[in-house]
Design a protein around this ligand. Structure first.
Ligand code: GN1
Ligand code: MG
Length: 358
């Protein structure tokens, strides 16, 4: 570990890295400053099986954080080092270090006195909406073509349906026969769910830079409970604003769990929906009419996409998502499908809320 840290341009004396239990994808460590008042750091081993283009990934993060920092400076903000992540380069100016064994490591400056939260209340949902809306707005003038897709076609539903079709044809785990209802539910919504990609090809729906993992725990809050910084920038990439709006609602505006075995627990929490939307619309001033109109559709699209992704992994024999028990991906699939059905029931109410707040 000492060899790894020695590669990075860390100027002050630091203690041994301590492992942190956060996230399922990368391995994270905290490196504390030895002397009070000096910088501490956040070290990560990047999962290069999932992020195969580490150079592109790190360039994305640099472009996005530099762009946001320039915006903060121009706006005369203070405390900027807590409002945007900062990568620490290696001594030879690289954004990551590759070990002789082929592992990839990176270092960020640690944001002090900040915490994340797992659960939302209506009050924190509104702040979360402001935070993700501000993040998108800060990036709205960075051309999306400047960034690569750190996971190619990550939120492209046409691609996800192709993976589903391939998994169905192969039926590698012999699981498809018992799942005719799920297969029907996916197939009957295909056309509707590919609308965003069609509108993009027709030049009617723009792409922007999105976070693509808008769970509330990717926002750091200060001691007073105010959002200060958006973190986990690995999936920041070009896409539709629907992704970020929809994924927050998928994970936060659900009265049940993502993998709830009791489908009766699953309903749309319209109070959370309204609170987040209020915060989001306040900040996301760049939205076009069609983007605003499609926000309820974005919620359904992300639940549908997650249904397709979990179910494809189930058909493939559980090769992507870590599972805690044998049918976990099937339980996840059914829970996401139920959420989609519940979102379909309240689509008009969602639209009414958006119209009221616009
Ligand atoms: C994965 O590991 P986590 O929870 O950050 C996945 C997301 C899914 C989510 C479903 C890189 O995210 O896209 O929505 O699981 N991330 C990747 O729980 O595939
Ligand atoms: Mg994540």
């Amino acid at each position: 570990m000492k060899d790894i840290i020695a590669q990075f341009a860390i100027q002050n004396e630091v203690a041994e890295p301590q492992p942190l239990k956060i996230g399922f994808i990368n391995d994270s460590f905290i490196i504390r400053a030895k002397h009070a008042g000096e910088r501490s750091y956040f070290l990560q081993r990047i999962n290069h099986h999932i992020f195969q283009n580490v150079e592109g990934l790190q360039q994305n993060i640099l472009k996005v954080t530099d762009h946001i920092r320039r915006k903060l400076v121009a706006a005369g903000e203070t405390d900027i080092e807590r409002k945007v992540l900062e990568l620490v380069p290696t001594h030879d100016g690289k954004l990551y270090y590759r070990t002789p064994e082929g592992d990839y490591w990176r270092v960020y400056v640690l944001i002090e006195n900040a915490r994340s939260q797992e659960k939302v209340t209506p009050a924190s949902a509104e702040l979360a909406g402001e935070a993700f809306g501000r993040f998108q707005c800060q990036l709205a003038d960075l051309p999306f073509s400047e960034l690569c897709e750190s996971i190619p076609n990550f939120h492209n539903i046409e691609f996800r349906l192709q993976q589903f079709d391939d998994a169905l044809a192969a039926d590698a785990a012999g699981r498809k026969a018992a799942c005719a209802d799920i297969i029907d539910a996916i197939n009957s919504r295909r056309d509707e769910m590919c609308l965003a990609e069609r509108l993009f090809r027709e030049g009617k729906l723009p792409k922007h830079i999105n976070h693509c993992d808008t769970k509330v725990n990717n926002i750091l809050f200060d001691e007073a409970g105010r959002p200060i910084c958006i973190v986990d920038l690995d999936t920041v990439m070009p896409g539709f604003v629907l992704s970020d709006f929809g994924d927050f609602m998928r994970t936060a505006a659900n009265t049940g769990l993502e993998d709830d075995p009791n489908l009766d627990n699953i309903h749309v929490d319209l109070e959370i929906f309204e609170a987040y939307t209020r915060g989001y619309l306040k900040q996301a001033t760049f939205l076009t009419d069609i983007e605003r109109e499609l926000l309820p559709y974005g919620c359904r699209l992300l639940s549908y996409m997650q249904t397709v992704r979990f179910f494809t992994d189930y058909l493939n024999g559980d090769t992507y998502y870590k599972i805690q028990y044998p049918n976990h991906n099937l339980v996840r699939t059914r829970a996401q499908l139920r959420l989609l059905e519940e979102q379909e029931k309240v689509a008009d109410q969602m639209t009414a809320i958006i119209n009221k707040l616009s």
